[in-house]
Design a protein around this ligand. Structure first.
Ligand code: FES
Length: 130
């Protein structure tokens, strides 16, 4: 396999290290490692904190979704609520949210929708794009 010297570096790289470099660059562009798939079993939610953002990652029947974790009513952590199907219920006052879209499903008053994020599963790792 052909090897090349990296800029100003005594290390050499081969095809495998090129792949690692690409992952690092993607991570720097806002791709967060949320955890392993085993950390988020079906029907469960996980809170991920990165660069001042709190993001809820949910596993709905083996499909992963992510949205902001902070309820836009009075700031509860939605990941401390419950997940039934794709519906997240706020632990404080019961607003309901669709974890697939971040949109409010129901509450007594209109609330601002939450940002939702793309989730990528690579091998057994779950990444969120912010
Ligand atoms: S804080 Fe979520 S409904 Fe009030």
């Amino acid at each position: 396999m052909r090897k090349r010297k990296l800029d100003g570096n005594t290390r050499f790289h081969d095809q495998n290290t090129i792949i690692i470099k690409k992952r690092e660059r993607i991570t720097n562009m806002g791709k967060i490692l949320a955890g392993k798939t085993s950390d988020i079993p079906p029907g469960k939610m996980l809170l991920v904190e990165s660069e001042g953002k709190t993001i809820l990652v949910a596993n709905e029947n083996g499909n992963y979704f992510a949205m902001d974790d902070t309820c836009t009513h009075q700031g509860a952590n939605l990941s401390e609520g419950t997940l039934e199907g794709s519906t997240v219920t706020c632990p404080w006052h019961g607003s309901t949210w669709d974890c697939k879209t971040g949109k409010l499903i129901a509450f007594a008053s209109q609330l601002k929708d939450l940002a939702s994020y793309k989730v990528i599963v690579e091998s057994d790792s779950v990444f969120v794009e912010t």
